[in-house]
Each structure stands twice: as C-alpha cells, then as structure tokens.
Write a protein that binds this ligand. Structure first.
Ligand code: GTP
Length: 389
C-alpha cells in the first residue's frame, strides 16, 4: 500500500479470531463514561441513582456571526459530512440542540445558535443557556472582515461570564484554509490582541480566551475540538499520567487516546503534539475500520461492529516508524507511534498495555462511584431529610 507522501507501508490488521491476539480483556460497559458534569437534581432519583437517558452531560455552545461555519463544524466533526457538502447547508434560524452520545465515548450536548441571535430578545434565556454551559466556542470567519465578529465576541463573552465564570471560552479563527501561513499567523495575532484589549477595556481582564486556527478542510478542526473536549474531562490529568507511564516503559514515542467515532483525541502524553502525527493516527483509524468492515466481519455477521475487543493493527512506514493501534474499550482506541526496533519487544508492549487498560478502567469506575455518592449526598442532608443540589 502506498501512503500519500510516497512512502510504502505495510498493513497488518489483526481481525476477529486472529491467532496473534495475545490477551482477552473484554470491552468495558458503555456506562463507564467520563461522568456527570454538573449535579442536576432532575437527573438523579432520590436514591442517588443517575437516571439513565437524562444524565447531565457537559454542554458546548457554538456561537458566531451568520455563515461563519458553525453548522459545518458540527456536521463535519460529528456526522462525517464531507467538507464540500457543507456548501449546501442552509442557514440555521433556530437553536439546534444535539446530544452527542449515541455511539461515542465523547458525550455532551452541543447547541448550535443561529448567526444573528438577539441577546435582548425575551425568549433568549441567558441564565439557562450559559448557566449549564461547559464551553463556549465562538467561531470567527478569518476570510471575512472580522471587526463585527470581534464586537459580538466581546458582547457574548462578557454576558456569559457574568452568568457563569466557569465557562471555557474558545475562539475558533475559522476557514484558515484560504490563507497563507504568514497571513494566518498575522490574523491570529491581530484577533488575539484586539479581543483581549476589548475585554480589558470592558473591565473583564480576568477572562481567559483560548484561540485555535481551524478549517473543516483539514484535521485542524478535529484537533481544536479535541482540546475543547479535553478541558471538560475531569480525569484528564490522570489519563495523561497513565499515558506518560505507558510510553516511557514501552519505548513508545507518542500515544493518543482516541474516541474512535469522532476521531477526537481525549488525551495524549505530555510530549508536544505535531499535526502530522495526529493526522497519521486519524488516518490509521480510518484504515483499520475500513479493513475491518471489508475483511473482519464473518458472513451473517453484518451488523457486528467493525471496531471491537479484538481490534488491533500495526502499520509499518518505510521511514522506520510503526503506527500501532489497540482497542481500549468499545469507544476508545490507543494509537501509538514508535520506532521499528521497539516493536521487537512486543511482549513488553502488550503487558504494559494490559496494565494501562486496567488503569483506565479503574479511573472511570472511581469517577462513577463518586458521582453516585455526590448525587446521594445532594438528596439527603445531615438529618436524613430529602434535600436539593
Ligand atoms: N473555506 C471554508 N469554508 C467553510 C469552512 N467551514 C464552513 N465553510 C463554509 O461556510 C459557509 C457557511 O457555513 P455554515 O456552517 O452554514 O455557517 P453557520 O455559521 O452555521 O451559518 P448560520 O446558520 O447562518 O449561522 C458554507 O458554505 C461552508 O461550506 C472552512 O473551514 N473553510
């Protein structure tokens, strides 16, 4: 098989029942998600049990001027829409609320707001919208004049901050595919400077904005979304720590923990992320799923998932690098980049991976039991009477 850059690669995909499968670890149950974000009395019963289906998930709000690209981002990242198809998307004229949780580990609600939303409209319930918001993504079209967008950004951020100072404010400087490298950097610097100056002048110098250069035509939008989602995962430092321990003991150069469906990485080790490595790992997931769909399913088994507990693959590039993928649970895959010679110690990698996987399972079990306890406490005060959060 030939890679885009002309490198020859060999693909070895271990499928169901393949003899190379070294250990049987089983998949985690679906409810080992990253947990309840805010304690909402309506989402737990008086016994403290989280009522399935209405579990409170982090909310991500997408805002920005009309045609800035909000709906396209959502469709490309979570619905596998091809970027060219977004040309035919109609303008959104009401809030579109979506629950991203059907088949993925990355679970949250995403609210896509129409471009010209009027904050003074009595139907715009700021308290409710910003009150339960985990991240506010403000999309700015970098190919357009952005002065109006900056004005709207200041207005949105100040209003949201007054209601909920815990919101993570993320600015997507979007559609940068049309800009040269130099112009991209200049635009980012300019937008950064103006946005922070505006907030300073408005007396909100304590508000922190994060900036991301994005485009739906490359992996930058997935990378930016990964960073947004990671901030909403309370267990992130533990996951990073586990990854650090795993790679340093297995002679691995870089490891990403991916949500397979969205290709968002929910954690990586502490070495810097370079876009090329991230793109390679994303492409590897596509290859594994495609090969699994074609050759991995047994006849009469068409409805079986392409990604399951036996999924693992190694792709050897001709520059001495190997990409190695392992299933962690039904939704998560570990994708590692390592040197060819490190693969000689496959037994050690397998053993460390089993430990890593068990560690991850424990992290989510602890989180789950903590959530249950919190929910129970919120329903009984010290006199044993029913109380509210
Ligand atoms: N070049 C380029 N065009 C993009 C990008 N993202 C979105 N677009 C285009 O921008 C246009 C507007 O996209 P939408 O997603 O409808 O914008 P929106 O912000 O949801 O618009 P409203 O619903 O009116 O608020 C579409 O034609 C998209 O194809 C990008 O990264 N690069």
């Amino acid at each position: 098989m030939a890679a885009e850059n002309g490198e020859d690669i060999t693909v070895a995909v271990a499928q169901k029942n393949a003899s190379e499968v070294t250990e049987e670890t089983g998949s985690y149950p679906k409810d080992l998600s990253y947990g309840v974000y805010d304690c909402d009395p309506s989402s737990v019963d008086p016994n403290g049990t989280i009522i399935s289906g209405i579990e409170q998930k982090p909310r991500i709000v997408l805002m920005g001027l009309r045609r800035s690209g909000k709906s396209s981002i959502q469709k490309v990242v979570f619905h596998k829409m091809s970027p060219n198809e977004t040309l035919f998307l109609e303008s959104t004229n009401k809030v579109v609320k979506e629950d991203i949780s059907n088949s993925s580990f990355v679970q949250f609600h995403i609210w896509d707001f129409p471009g010209q939303i009027d904050f003074f409209d009595p139907t715009f319930d700021s308290e409710n919208i910003f009150g339960g918001c985990g991240a506010l993504i403000f999309v700015i079209d970098a190919q357009d004049d952005y002065m109006e967008a900056l004005e709207r950004l200041r207005h949105t951020v100040t209003r949201a901050y007054k209601i909920n100072p815990r919101i993570n404010f993320e600015v997507f400087i979007h559609k940068v595919d049309g800009l040269s490298e130099d112009y991209k950097m200049d635009t980012q610097r300019d937008i950064h400077q103006r946005a922070t100056d505006d907030l300073y002048d408005a007396g909100f110098e304590q508000v922190h904005l994060s900036f991301h250069l994005t485009s739906i035509y490359d992996h930058s939008i997935f990378e930016a979304f990964s960073k947004v989602v990671q901030k909403l995962i309370p267990q992130l430092p533990t996951l990073e720590n586990l990854l650090n321990i795993f790679i340093s003991n297995s002679a691995i150069e870089k490891a990403f923990l991916f949500d397979v469906v969205s290709k968002i990485y929910i954690a990586t080790d502490s070495s810097p992320v370079d876009m090329q490595s991230y793109e390679l790992c994303c492409d590897m997931i596509d290859v594994v799923i495609d090969v699994s769909c074609i050759y991995g399913l047994m006849s009469g088994d068409e409805l079986a998932p392409a990604f399951d507990r036996h999924s693992q693959a190694s792709i050897r590039l001709n520059n001495g690098t190997v990409l190695h993928l392992r299933e962690v649970n039904r939704f998560l895959a570990l994708v590692c980049i390592l040197r060819d010679d490190a693969m000689e110690k496959q037994g050690m990698i397998d053993y460390n991976f089993t430990m890593f996987r068990a560690g991850i399972q424990k992290v989510f079990e602890v989180r789950k039991s903590q959530n249950r306890k919190m929910a129970a406490i919120s329903f009984t005060n010290e006199n044993g009477e029913a109380a509210h959060c």
